[in-house]
Write a protein that binds this ligand. Structure first.
Ligand code: GTP
Ligand code: MG
Length: 198
C-alpha cells in the first residue's frame, strides 16, 4: 500500500473528541522516546507531520492523522515517563486507557519497543492488557540503526524468547524498523493494507 496523502486532523485528550468518522485506525503506543512520532513521519514521508523531540514526553495528546482519506494513524503520548508529576501521569494514563477501551474504530495497536533493550516490565504489562482487552496488536522494534545486523537478529530472538517464556503462546506479528534509515516501512504498510481490505 502507498500513502498518497497524510493530513493532521485533531489533537485532544478526550476520546469523545476524536474524529467521528467510522474509518479504521491504527495507534502507535510505547514508552516515551521510543520513536512513535518519528515512525509516523517515516511511514508518511513527512519530516514534521508528528512532532518529535530528543527529550521524552513530547507527545502529550491523542493525535489523529488521516491517511489517503481512508484511515487514521494515531500518535499517542508515551507511557512510563517519570518526569511528569504523579497527577499528570495518572491523567495521561487514564485517557490513554480510555482511548483503548472506548475507541471502537481501533483495529490494531502497534506497540513500539526499542530494539536495544531487554523486555521491559511496563511493555509486557501493556501487551498483557491489550491481550486481555482483546485488542489486536503487533510489535514494532525501533532504532535498528543503533545496532549492527547480527545484533538486530539476536535482540529480536532474545525478545521472542522472553515473550514466549511469559504468558504468550506465540510471538505477535512484528516489524524491525529504523526511522533514521527509513527501514521497515513496506512491511508495516502492507500489513495495514491487508487489514483494511479484509
Ligand atoms: P514521546 O512523544 O515523548 O512519547 O516520544 P516518541 O516515542 O514519539 O519519540 P520521538 O519520535 O519523538 O523520538 C525520540 C527520539 O528518538 C528523537 O531524538 C528521535 O530522533 C530519536 N529516534 C526516533 N526514531 C529513531 C530511529 O529509528 N533511529 C534513531 N537513531 N533515532 C531515532
Ligand atoms: Mg511522540
Amino acid at each position: 500500500m502507498k500513502i498518497n496523502t497524510a493530513e493532521f486532523v485533531i489533537s485532544n485528550s478526550e476520546v469523545d473528541k476524536c474524529p467521528k468518522d467510522r474509518l479504521p485506525e491504527y495507534a502507535f503506543i510505547g514508552r516515551s522516546n521510543v520513536g512513535k512520532s518519528s515512525l509516523i513521519n517515516m511511514l508518511t514521508n513527512h519530516k514534521n507531520l508528528a512532532k518529535t523531540s530528543s527529550k521524552p514526553g513530547k507527545t502529550q495528546l491523542i493525535n489523529h492523522f488521516k491517511i489517503n482519506n481512508n484511515w487514521f494513524l494515531v500518535d499517542l503520548p508515551g507511557y512510563g515517563y517519570a518526569r511528569v508529576s504523579k497527577k499528570t501521569k495518572a491523567v495521561f494514563q487514564q485517557f490513554i486507557m480510555d482511548y483503548f477501551e472506548q475507541r471502537e474504530q481501533l483495529v490494531c495497536a502497534f506497540v513500539l519497543i526499542d530494539i536495544r533493550l531487554e523486555a521491559q516490565k511496563i511493555d509486557l504489562e501493556f501487551m498483557e492488557y491489550l491481550g486481555e482487552s482483546e485488542i489486536p496488536f503487533a510489535i514494532i522494534f525501533t532504532k535498528s540503526d543503533k545496532l549492527g545486523k547480527n545484533k538486530v537478529n539476536n535482540h529480536v530472538e532474545a525478545y521472542k524468547k522472553q515473550l514466549l517464556a511469559g504468558d504468550w503462546a506465540e510471538m505477535p506479528p512484528y516489524f524491525v524498523t529504523s526511522s533514521l534509515e527509513a527501514k521497515g516501512k513496506e512491511g508495516i504498510l502492507e500489513y495495514i493494507g491487508q487489514i483494511n481490505e479484509d
